[in-house]
Design a protein around this ligand. Structure first.
Ligand code: PEP
Length: 242
């Protein structure tokens, strides 16, 4: 039995004041569902403190693949663990496309996170052009296989995988439940028996209005939510549906 996870990626939004308001409005977590939020780095301590008595987990949106040293501007996995983070997102499409992260770098970040006991949420997804050219499953397999080759199948299966079609992120266009399920099923096949309990999240313009249909699919175990996670009431509704 896979326990659903709803993760809120706040991206580069917020201020001390708005973060306090957002956290105050977060839902009470039901025992059978995991919820986590991913604030910008500088607000993580504030959120950890505010959620100290809550079951809601906190994670980072990115991590360095390096352990420590002269890497100006980078944050290491052991620093995230040290302050109390439980999760880290790796390979988000914005990191891949805007910051040029390669499959290998994503794999290295995945390993750095896992080595420190953080749970990586590994994002994979195709662009619109790749979907239109019929390359969706090949792209997902390439992104996944790069991490499996570097970190091993067991480590990938112990993590969380988020399928996020790039064309659905922040665009208001959601993959249909069938499109999402098809890719989730393919990911599950790739993981084989070891991946029976691996949580596969869908991400891409998830909101309360479309979450129930997505969550009803047999291989969708929750969501990675961007824009809608900045509205605590909307995010709470999504969590209730998981
Ligand atoms: C995301 O950033 O991971 C995401 C899915 O964003 P949105 O929900 O806004 O499409």
């Amino acid at each position: 039995m896979r326990r659903p996870l709803v993760a809120g990626n706040w991206k580069m939004h917020g201020s001390r004041e708005s973060v306090a308001a957002l956290v105050a409005g977060l839902p009470q977590v039901r025992l059978e569902v995991d919820v986590a939020v991913f604030p910008p780095y500088v607000y993580i301590p504030q959120v950890l403190e505010a959620l100290a008595d809550s079951a809601i987990g906190v994670g980072a949106q990115n991590v360095s693949e390096q352990r420590q040293g002269a890497y100006t501007g980078e944050i290491a996995a052991d620093m995230l663990r040290d302050i109390g983070c439980r999760y880290v997102i790796v390979g988000h499409s914005e990191r891949r496309s805007l910051y040029g992260e390669s499959d290998q770098q994503v794999a290295d970040k995945f390993i750095a996170a896992g080595t420190e006991g953080l749970i990586p949420i590994l994002c994979v997804g195709e662009t619109l052009v790749q979907r239109e050219q019929g390359e969706t499953l090949a792209v997902i397999a390439r992104q996944l296989d790069a991490v499996i080759a570097a970190a091993g199948l067991e480590a990938v299966c112990a993590a969380v995988i988020a399928y996020e079609p790039v064309w659905a992120i922040g665009t208001g266009k959601t993959a249909t439940a069938e499109q999402a399920q098809q890719v989730h099923w393919a990911i599950r096949q790739r993981l084989g028996a070891t991946g029976e309990n691996t949580r596969l999240l869908y991400g891409g313009s998830v909101k309360a209005a479309n979450a129930a249909e997505l969550f009803a699919q047999p291989d969708i175990d929750g969501a990675l939510v961007g824009g809608a996670s900045l509205d605590s009431a909307e995010f709470g509704e999504i969590c209730k549906l998981a």
